[in-house]
Design a protein around this ligand. Structure first.
Ligand SMILES: CC(=O)CC(=O)SCCNC(=O)CCNC(=O)[C@H](O)C(C)(C)COP(=O)(O)OP(=O)(O)OC[C@H]1O[C@@H](n2cnc3c(N)ncnc32)[C@H](O)[C@@H]1OP(=O)(O)O
Ligand SMILES: NC(=O)C1=CN([C@@H]2O[C@H](COP(=O)(O)OP(=O)(O)OC[C@H]3O[C@@H](n4cnc5c(N)ncnc54)[C@H](OP(=O)(O)O)[C@@H]3O)[C@@H](O)[C@H]2O)C=CC1
Length: 285
């Protein structure tokens, strides 16, 4: 049976965390948006405000509704704020050490029956569950970018995830206007097991001089009707996140077909992380 979630903590106020906080607040939940520093939380809230203001300008919501949504979001820089929450969704950097530490801290802070979800793109939910004292209440809730626009939430059951937790997260996704799709806990799940090798192959095409980034993107947009070419999409996701996902696929599935392209590694080492740093395969103003 599904439980009702009223108060949610979102950990990580980057592009995904701020999107998740927005759709949760739009669905009527009270939300703590948490990050390491106040500056990052404020940046996340500024992004949400910008998108809501656009929705006001488009006549989709009123100024008063915008204010009500924003009033449901409370900034947080302390995980102890989770003590009053029914659930937390972790959306911090795609790194197992960082996520493991957050899961341990959230496990200590949340009420014992609260649900602990991760928005990870690829990392093992079962392993995250195992560092807590509540593996039955740990689950993957994988939103797509940009969160307010994309319909899918991939729901990943760990080995120990209970039916009650799955039902609750599925119902919560629906309440947020999304469609939940159940998948099992394998590296990259379904979405990124299929998407990221395509992006990596597009990067190999640049690396091997098959064509320019612009030409590769045009081929996939005009030839396959993709809304964004794979290199524009890689820049949009973040090249650090793309590399982290390829590493998980490579190590987790043990097949050389998942080896990350050396050019992807080089860009990440250079700090060219895509749109978020102003430079990736393209330059952003
Ligand atoms: C890595 C992972 O783990 C998993 C992932 O998420 S992989 C990434 C999955 N996402 C994708 O594949 C996205 C592919 N791209 C697209 O679907 C589209 O290009 C797009 C939706 C991002 C933009 O659409 P577009 O038609 O090219 O541009 P545009 O007309 O400006 O935007 C369409 C709508 O999206 C909204 N939008 C665009 N970017 C947005 C953002 N970052 N945040 C919120 N809303 C956004 C716009 O405001 C616009 O809304 P309205 O229709 O209500 O006016
Ligand atoms: N980008 C995408 O398209 C998608 C990403 N995801 C997943 O969502 C997660 C977040 O990705 P995304 O939002 O793109 O990344 P961003 O880099 O935009 O945001 C990550 C945020 O987490 C913060 N953070 C790092 N460590 C901690 C911590 N210990 N406590 C609290 N916050 C922390 C970062 O702060 P700082 O800047 O200081 O490091 C940053 O603000 C990743 O797991 C990613 O794989 C899932 C779907 C799509």
């Amino acid at each position: 049976m599904a439980l009702t979630v009223n108060k949610l903590m979102v950990v990580g106020a980057g592009q995904m965390g701020s999107g998740i906080a927005q759709v949760a607040a739009e669905a009527g939940l009270k939300v703590y948006l948490n990050d390491i520093s106040e500056e990052y939380v404020n940046r996340g809230i500024a992004n949400i405000t910008k998108i809501l203001s656009k929705n006001v300008a488009k006549g989709r919501i009123t100024e008063a509704e915008k204010d009500e949504i924003l009033a449901r979001i409370t900034p947080s820089t302390s995980l102890s704020d989770a003590s009053s929450c029914d659930m937390a969704v972790e959306a911090a950097t795609e790194n197992m050490e960082i996520k493991t530490q957050i899961f341990k801290n959230l496990d200590a802070a949340l009420p014992t029956d609260a649900i602990l979800a991760s928005n990870t793109s690829s990392l093992p939910i079962t392993e995250l569950g195992a560092v807590t004292n509540r593996p039955d209440r740990v689950i993957g809730m994988h939103f797509m970018n940009p969160v307010p626009v994309m319909k899918l939430v991939e729901i990943i059951r760990g080995l120990a995830t209970s039916d009650e937790v799955y039902d609750t997260v599925h119902a919560l996704a629906e309440r947020m206007g999304k469609v939940g799709v159940l998948v099992n806990d394998f590296p990259g799940f379904v979405s990124n097991r299929i998407l990221l090798p395509m992006i990596n192959e597009a990067i190999y095409c640049v690396y091997e001089g098959v064509a320019t980034p612009e030409a590769i993107d045009e081929v996939m947009k005009l030839g396959m009707n993709h809304p964004m070419g794979p290199l524009t999409l890689a820049d949009f996701i973040g090249l650090d996140t793309c590399l982290a996902i390829m590493e998980v696929l490579h190590e987790g599935l043990g097949d050389s077909k998942y080896r990350p392209c050396p050019l992807l590694r080089k860009y990440v080492k250079a700090g060219w992380l895509g749109k978020k740093t102003g430079r990736g395969f393209y330059v952003y103003e």
